[in-house]
Design a binder for this molecule. Structure first.
Ligand SMILES: [Zn+2]
Ligand SMILES: [Zn+2]
Length: 424
């Protein structure tokens, strides 16, 4: 067995059919909800120039510094598997000059992202995100609408979620705050973990991301950015909260909530679920007005969020998980080669009418075919044997109560249509 290439890379996994149902269910909900809010899908390339993330996320971040899948392609160019999608969406927005069209550009995406993270339960190096970006407005109402949309998506899936909210200031007020933060950090820098000591001088705001226990008492005493917002940021934040109140959306103000990425300004939020314990963030997002310029584009107001699919499917309520299991509407059982030709013909006809039909060509006895139908969760089996074939009828057997009755083969389509229960 050692010669067999039978294992995926560490941290990588296959999504098998049982799991795919739940992924598809979430994706279908997302497509519907995002369309309701006027968002259109964009699919950007998965492989990007490394420079995009170095500039768009920041060289000093863990993502860029430690976690990216970066390599030289065959033309010796440094390329990277995307670790997140916002930088790619903004790149596509700029490359296609979408800013020239009037109004707000509303885009959503779904797909795999790649980060070479430390191995951890429930964390994958190829993981899946669904996200949305709105480019072209700094109106506080769009911040609230974006949050509302993310929460509505989760609610439509039956997932209880709660909003954590903060404002992280802007390019005017944040530098002043960071000076203050830095001077406070210098007072306790020797007590902090190695990462925090580095952050204290390079990127002080990231101290708030630290999970090391001995840093926590010091982090708690640091000043919060929300107390040092400029007039405009304070007003923007007040209006976002006002819009959320209007929409009846509850939130917890978390003054120490900062996004890990440089280009975030003003509104920052996380959506958490109580059902995941300590690692309970389902989605995170906020405003990133500075990103377009960081990528060499014009100034563009923008905001977005990303939602982790791998964790979301784990906490889908039971009734939603059940819905995601697609069962064939009809299992077609047959005895003998002549009957197989007939059931193939019936299946073809029914499929063209929109029914899902399952034919198992390995099936042997009638008993084993019924067992197979049971395993698939099909409720009705259509049976054609020599006797039925001779009379041009089929038997329909209900697996719930074992009742069985006959239908003339030419009438099957019309009969099933009359009793049709939509599958989803
Ligand atoms: Zn400000
Ligand atoms: Zn620390």
């Amino acid at each position: 067995m050692e010669d067999l290439i039978s294992n995926s890379l560490p941290g990588m996994r296959d999504l098998l059919p049982e799991e795919m149902g739940r992924f598809q269910l979430v994706e279908e909900h997302a497509r519907r909800v995002f369309a309701q809010y006027g968002f259109a899908e964009i699919r950007t390339s998965i492989l990007e120039p490394t420079e995009l993330f170095a500039r768009g996320i920041g060289d000093d971040t863990d993502i860029v510094g430690k976690e990216m899948y970066t390599f030289l392609d065959r033309s010796k160019r440094s390329v990277t598997l995307r670790p997140e999608a916002t930088a790619s969406v903004v790149r596509a927005y700029l490359q296609n000059a979408m800013y020239r069209s009037a109004g707000v550009t509303k885009l959503y995406y779904m797909g795999p992202m790649f980060r070479h993270e430390k191995k951890q339960k429930g964390r994958w190096r190829q993981f899946y995100q669904i996200g949305a970006e709105a480019l072209g407005s700094d109106h506080p109402a769009i911040d609230a609408e974006m949050i509302e949309m993310a929460l509505w998506l989760l609610k439509s899936l039956g997932v209880e979620a709660h909003l954590l909210l903060n404002s992280v200031g802007c390019r005017d007020c944040r530098p002043r705050y960071i000076d203050l933060l830095r001077s406070e950090l210098n007072k306790c820098v020797t007590d902090l973990c190695e990462d925090c000591q580095r952050r204290a001088s390079t990127n002080s705001l990231r101290v708030f991301d630290c999970k090391v226990e001995r840093c926590q008492p010091f982090i708690e005493t640091l000043p919060a950015i929300s107390e040092h917002l400029c007039q405009e940021c304070a007003e923007h934040f007040a209006k976002v909260k006002g819009c959320l109140d209007e929409a009846g959306i509850a939130y917890t103000f978390v003054p120490r909530l900062v996004r890990g990425l440089d280009y975030y300004i003003r509104t920052a939020f996380e959506i958490v679920s109580g059902e995941l314990g300590a690692q309970n963030a389902l989605a995170g997002g906020g405003r990133y007005d500075g990103l377009s310029e960081a990528l060499g584009g014009p100034p563009v107001h923008a905001l977005g969020f990303a939602l982790g699919l791998d964790r979301l499917v784990m906490i889908l309520p039971e009734e939603q998980s059940a819905k995601s299991q697609r069962k064939p509407e009809l299992f077609l059982a047959y005895m003998g080669e002549a009957a197989l030709i007939k059931v193939s013909e019936i299946a073809r006809d029914l499929r063209h009418q929109g029914f899902s039909c399952y034919l198992d060509f390995s099936a042997g006895t009638m008993k084993s075919q019924l067992r197979m139908a049971n395993k698939l969760g099909t409720r009705h089996v259509l049976i054609v044997g020599d006797d039925e074939l001779a009379r041009n009828v089929a038997s329909i057997k209900c697996l719930d109560d074992s009742r069985q009755w006959e239908i003339a083969i030419p009438d099957i389509g019309a009969y099933l249509n009359r009793f049709r229960i939509p599958n989803s």
